[in-house]
Design a protein around this ligand. Structure first.
Ligand SMILES: *[C@@H]1O[C@H](CO)[C@@H](O)[C@H](O)[C@H]1NC(C)=O
Ligand SMILES: *[C@@H]1O[C@H](CO)[C@@H](O)[C@H](O)[C@H]1NC(C)=O
Ligand SMILES: *[C@@H]1O[C@H](CO)[C@@H](O)[C@H](O)[C@H]1NC(C)=O
Ligand SMILES: *[C@@H]1O[C@H](CO)[C@@H](O)[C@H](O)[C@H]1NC(C)=O
Ligand SMILES: *[C@@H]1O[C@H](CO)[C@@H](O)[C@H](O)[C@H]1NC(C)=O
Ligand SMILES: *[C@@H]1O[C@H](CO)[C@@H](O)[C@H](O)[C@H]1NC(C)=O
Ligand SMILES: *[C@@H]1O[C@H](CO)[C@@H](O)[C@H](O)[C@H]1NC(C)=O
Ligand SMILES: *[C@@H]1O[C@H](CO)[C@@H](O)[C@H](O)[C@H]1NC(C)=O
Ligand SMILES: *[C@@H]1O[C@H](CO)[C@@H](O)[C@H](O)[C@H]1NC(C)=O
Ligand SMILES: *[C@@H]1O[C@H](CO)[C@@H](O)[C@H](O)[C@H]1NC(C)=O
Ligand SMILES: *[C@@H]1O[C@H](CO)[C@@H](O)[C@H](O)[C@H]1NC(C)=O
Ligand SMILES: *[C@@H]1O[C@H](CO)[C@@H](O)[C@H](O)[C@H]1NC(C)=O
Length: 414
């Protein structure tokens, strides 16, 4: 009896911890900013524990950014988004004060939202999904990775308490998986997207220990939990022309080349690349640079420009590059140790309360911990890209032959 009432009290407390004065003021501010429909969606939050958590959190006095779609935006939104207010609102709130932050595309600002519903998000360490935004050449701030970039624009900025309200002209959709992102948002990769959907390879599923033949698209979509892919665009692949024939004939080399495009186990957003060291899934070093002409990734003897940063994915992030990182070197022990490091870093789940990659001393900077992250090590002769050190349920093996096929597919496109 006593335990029961304590439990009820605890439950009540977690609800009572909402500051209703604050929430009333916030809702009234939103109404004045043309976001009445949003407040109607918010009014249903109290019916779920996820929603209650959000109401309690945003009213606790900390700084937050709230992306607030106006009434037109809500009425235009797909009904499968607006019918899910708790996930929807979770993806519109970012913890932290971003007022000193201003980036001009292709530099981006990245913030961590509260959306961690496993139906839609599968990042390392069960992290919540991020949102990215930047000032575009029209002088307006746009939220990136949306169905229509031009329509996801910040049209007004206001605030209530420590909550900064960015009024936006569309409801924000959270990232899809790789296949979805390619078809929706990435003209550069149409060829690659089509090809990886056509290529089948052996896939080891660590969750149930089964091995099956799956398309590469499905493996990338469902097999990784946190990864960074430097994805060559179609012209980069075409530019290789016949030069790749020698690699095509050697599966080992092709496997290594592919692994040298991936940081396995960590989603690294473009502001975090600067000043950090990351190890590829083949154990080679990536190095990064940025200047007024753009952001670059160097691997072996190739330096590629990132032509579209931060293509957010439900289970990671891709950066589109203009050249294939044609490095055939590998270092399996470096790959293993990087994988172990990525795993332990993912386990230290820290709450992010400022822009990802941002520091007070530089507009784009190293975040603190030096991140040697990444990568898969070969834990068996047939697993080219296994995630070393992760729990069985997270282990994904890409078959040796399969990897060859992925790179082989580059040639198909060419
Ligand atoms: C609740 O919010 C109001 C309005 O922002 C503020 O004045 C008050 O101090 C807050 N109360 C608590 C307990 O934080
Ligand atoms: C911007 O928001 C403020 C505060 O809600 C409001 O007074 C103003 O009219 C808005 N401006 C535009 C252009 O919507
Ligand atoms: C949510 O429910 C609790 C408990 O019934 C109540 O105190 C609180 O004011 C409600 N919050 C909102 C925003 O309606
Ligand atoms: C806003 O944050 C400041 C600094 O943390 C704090 O002193 C103040 O009480 C907060 N304001 C509100 C309305 O919670
Ligand atoms: C919402 O924003 C768009 C883009 O600025 C604008 O055309 C539209 O009139 C706004 N709707 C409302 C209800 O304010
Ligand atoms: C909503 O429906 C669209 C179109 O069918 C689909 O592409 C999208 O993934 C759906 N979104 C969610 C969150 O289910
Ligand atoms: C999502 O975040 C909430 C609040 O921090 C937490 O209670 C919940 O366990 C998280 N869900 C997952 C799947 O990690
Ligand atoms: C993928 O397969 C379809 C259907 O067989 C075919 O039309 C298309 O050309 C293939 N795409 C590539 C890039 O091979
Ligand atoms: C995968 O495909 C190959 C070639 O068609 C076949 O030999 C093999 O048995 C298949 N493996 C599985 C697990 O279905
Ligand atoms: C791995 O197996 C589990 C359990 O059978 C299944 O739910 C999941 O979809 C599989 N993953 C992939 C990528 O096929
Ligand atoms: C393929 O490349 C690897 C790594 O350079 C090399 O060890 C191997 O001998 C090559 N295999 C063939 C058949 O050429
Ligand atoms: C992006 O940031 C870098 C480093 O701070 C800077 O050199 C470059 O000019 C910025 N690019 C734009 C378009 O602002």
């Amino acid at each position: 009896m006593k335990l029961l009432s304590l439990a009820l009290l605890a439950a009540a407390n977690s609800v009572v911890a909402q500051n209703s004065t604050f929430l009333d003021g916030l809702m009234s501010t939103l109404e004045h900013a043309g976001c009445t429909s949003l407040t109607q969606l918010a009014s249903s939050l109290n019916s779920t524990s996820q929603g209650q958590y959000l109401l309690k959190t945003i009213s606790n006095g900390d700084p937050y950014v709230l992306f607030a779609p106006n009434d037109t935006a809500v009425s235009n939104a797909p009904s499968n988004l607006t019918s899910n207010p708790a996930d929807l609102l979770s993806y519109h709130v970012v913890h932290g004060n971003f007022s000193g932050q201003s980036t001009t595309y292709p530099n981006t600002t990245v913030g961590r939202t509260f959306l961690n519903d496993t139906t839609y998000v599968s990042l390392e360490g069960n992290k919540s999904q991020v949102v990215a935004w930047a000032t575009r050449s029209d002088g307006n701030v746009h939220v990136l990775n949306q169905r229509s970039d031009s329509s996801s624009m910040v049209t007004n900025v206001t605030s209530y308490g420590n909550v900064t309200i960015y009024v936006v002209s569309s409801v924000l959709e959270w990232p899809d998986n790789f296949s979805g992102a390619l078809s929706a948002d990435t003209p550069y990769l149409d060829g690659l997207g089509a090809t990886i959907s056509n290529v089948t390879q052996s896939f080891y599923n660590g969750t149930d220990g089964s091995t099956s033949n799956e398309t590469v698209a499905r493996i990338i979509d469902g097999g990784f939990k946190g990864f960074t892919l430097f994805a060559p665009n179609t012209s980069a692949i075409e530019a290789l022309g016949g030069g790749i024939t020698q690699y095509e004939q050697n599966a080992t080399l092709l496997q290594i080349i592919l692994a040298n495009h991936i940081i396995n186990g960590t989603s690294v957003y473009s502001p975090e690349l600067v000043g950090q060291d990351y190890t590829s899934a083949a154990g080679e070093q990536f190095s990064f640079s940025i200047n007024s002409t753009g952001q670059y990734v160097k691997m072996g003897s190739v330096t590629a420009r990132i032509i579209q940063p931060d293509v957010l994915l439900s289970n990671g992030v891709a950066h589109i590059i203009d050249q294939v990182l044609l490095n055939t070197e590998e270092d399996t022990s470096a790959a293993s140790s990087a994988a172990a490091s990525a795993t332990s870093m993912a386990a230290q789940s820290t709450t992010e309360t400022r822009p990802i990659g941002y520091s007070q001393t530089a507009s784009l900077a190293s975040g603190g911990a030096s991140g040697s992250s990444a990568s898969g090590s070969s834990s068996s002769s047939s697993a080219a890209l296994a995630v070393g050190g992760l729990s069985a349920s997270q282990i994904v093996g890409l078959g040796f032959t399969a990897v060859a096929l992925i790179v082989g597919a580059f040639v198909v496109i060419a």
